[in-house]
Design a protein around this ligand. Structure first.
Ligand code: ADP
Length: 241
């Protein structure tokens, strides 16, 4: 699904947090939103998810005006930094959860739900964990389950907010590689928020650099390194190398 954002603004208590965002996310693209803390990345993601409303601007997804749709109607897969898994449910039930709570008319039958969950367990390489509870999993395994739950509804758009932020460096590297593989198999349009430049460059097709509520530059890793659009981007790239 192509996402087209035009002139999006948002203030909290008269403080501008997004100052006019123009962005097109291509169908099937894995896009990273990269920038320092407080630059507005999460707010932009939450507006796309329908968890927050902009003050002005347009948000069109696959030709449809998303600002006229509720969060439920948008069919978003969302993965947060802190895994919101249900502790009393097994891995299998956590992944099935999103499907079983859909409105009656849109709810698949039990056999179909079981099949979808089996496919996801296989895709995410966690079949051996299917009957465990979240407390019996490592942090990295929990994030795989969280992604499984987000993918179960076959989301039109997948949004990830610092999904690996709480994990240690070696596990983050593994999960990055693996997320890239999953992305290639599902082909969902995906937006990934991070303040980690290495993570953005390794994962994303294109990187959007944000600073103080604005998009400073959009490009591939090479574009950003070779021709930073402004001193802020140059400093930000250099600061983390
Ligand atoms: P980032 O994800 O880049 O760290 P955020 O979008 O979370 O940035 O936040 C951008 C700015 O908006 C921050 O200064 C933050 O304090 C402020 N902000 C975010 N959400 C709210 C809110 N619900 N109420 C008030 N201020 C908020």
């Amino acid at each position: 699904m192509t996402i087209t954002i035009k002139g999006l603004t948002k203030s909290f208590d008269d403080t501008p947090v997004l100052r006019g965002i123009d962005l097109t996310v291509r169908d099937g693209e894995l896009l990273a939103l990269l920038g320092p803390s407080g630059s507005g990345k999460t707010t932009l993601l939450r507006i796309i998810a329908g968890l927050e409303w902009p003050d002005a601007g347009q948000l069109v997804v696959a030709g449809e005006d998303w600002l006229a749709l509720s969060a439920q109607q948008r069919r978003i897969g969302f993965v947060f930094q802190h895994y919101a898994l249900f502790p009393h449910m097994t891995v299998r039930d956590n992944i099935a959860f999103g499907l079983s709570v859909r409105p009656r008319a849109a709810r698949p039958g039990n056999a179909e739900i079981a099949q979808t969950v089996d496919e996801l367990l296989n895709l995410l390489q966690i079949e051996h964990l299917a009957d465990r509870h979240p407390a019996q999993l490592s942090g990295g395994q929990r994030q795989r389950v969280a992604l499984g739950r987000a993918l179960a509804i076959r989301p039109s758009v997948l949004l990830l907010d610092e999904p690996f932020g709480a994990l240690d460096a070696a596990i983050r590297r593994d999960l990055r590689r693996w997320l890239r593989e999953v992305h290639e198999k599902t082909g969902s349009t995906t937006i990934f928020v991070t303040h980690d430049q290495e993570e953005a460059f390794e994962l994303a097709d294109r990187v959007v650099v944000m600073g103080d509520g604005e998009i400073l530059q959009i490009g591939t890793a090479d574009d950003l390194y070779d021709a930073p659009a402004c001193p802020f981007v140059a400093r930000f790239m250099g600061a983390v190398v």
